[in-house]
Design a protein around this ligand. Structure first.
Ligand code: MN
Length: 260
């Protein structure tokens, strides 16, 4: 008997249900929440469909659409060139495909974020998590659960802004620097509209997650859903950003393989 290959074992596990596929992707529509920057800056577009034909005079046997979307609309991937600190880094089409299938761990701070919409993850939180679950994965993703996916059907609740600006959880400046420059992960995934906290426009540097991650050639992954269905360790993340040539990011169908 020849030894069974790793891929045929995986295929059998998927067919048999001992490995399950969890969809972490927000559905794309005109209602998908988008980030809103202060009015002096350019704004990203909502997702829009434009019908070309639907079994009618414009195309009797076929239905299809054009679409318009921001690169950073819905569940999406931030490439290094998204930020000025990474301007000479990879565009989204140049990200090595080997980087798109990587292990992921989930740090669950949804209870803290339920009490404090401005909750900031600190290095000490990550170190305490590592004591319990082991080191962050080398070349893998750190997924930061905040419970924010429960708000993703409402632009208003998702952005959670008042007169002082948006209030959504994120990371402290030092934590962002540490994850980017000292931790072994390839990127950070979040449930919020961006990797940075809602209040991070006022941090120094502004938007430290973007500044440090992109400056270190690392990636962001945002507006993830269903992180509650993943174990703290052991998931394998498959991320599929559109390979937009020169693009700064792209909507990304993202799924996790999980052993049951
Ligand atoms: Mn982005």
């Amino acid at each position: 008997m020849p030894e069974r290959s790793v891929l045929s074992a995986l295929s059998d596990a998927l067919a048999g249900g001992s490995v399950q596929v969890v969809d972490l992707t927000a559905r794309l529509s005109a209602e998908t929440p988008i980030i809103q920057l202060p009015p002096e800056f350019g704004q990203t577009a909502r997702f829009e469909l434009e019908e070309i034909s639907r079994y009618d005079d414009r195309g009797p046997a076929w239905y299809w659409n054009n679409f318009r979307s921001g690169e950073h609309t819905g569940t999406h991937f931030d490439a290094p060139n998204h930020w000025v600190t990474g301007r000479d880094g990879d565009d989204v089409a140049s990200v090595p495909v080997e980087h798109l299938i990587r292990p992921a761990v989930v740090l669950d701070f949804s209870a803290e974020c339920a009490d404090d919409a401005d909750f900031l993850l600190e290095v000490d939180h990550i170190k305490a998590w590592e004591k319990e679950h082991g080191s962050l994965p080398d070349g893998g993703w750190m997924l930061y659960r905040t419970g924010w996916d429960a708000r993703s059907d409402s632009q208003e609740r998702f952005i959670n802004a008042n007169e002082t600006g948006p209030h959504t959880p994120g990371m402290s400046i030092e934590c962002a620097r540490w994850v980017a420059e000292e931790s072994p992960v390839i990127g950070v995934g979040v449930e919020t509209v961006g990797t940075d906290a809602g209040a991070a426009h006022s941090f120094e540097p502004p938007f430290p997650c973007h500044s440090y991650l992109m400056g270190s050639g690392k990636y962001g992954l945002t507006q993830l859903q269903n992180l509650a269905s993943l174990p703290p360790t052991g998931a394998l993340l498959v991320v599929g950003p559109l390979p937009i040539v020169t693009g700064s990011g792209a909507p990304a169908r993202t799924v996790a393989l999980v052993e049951r």
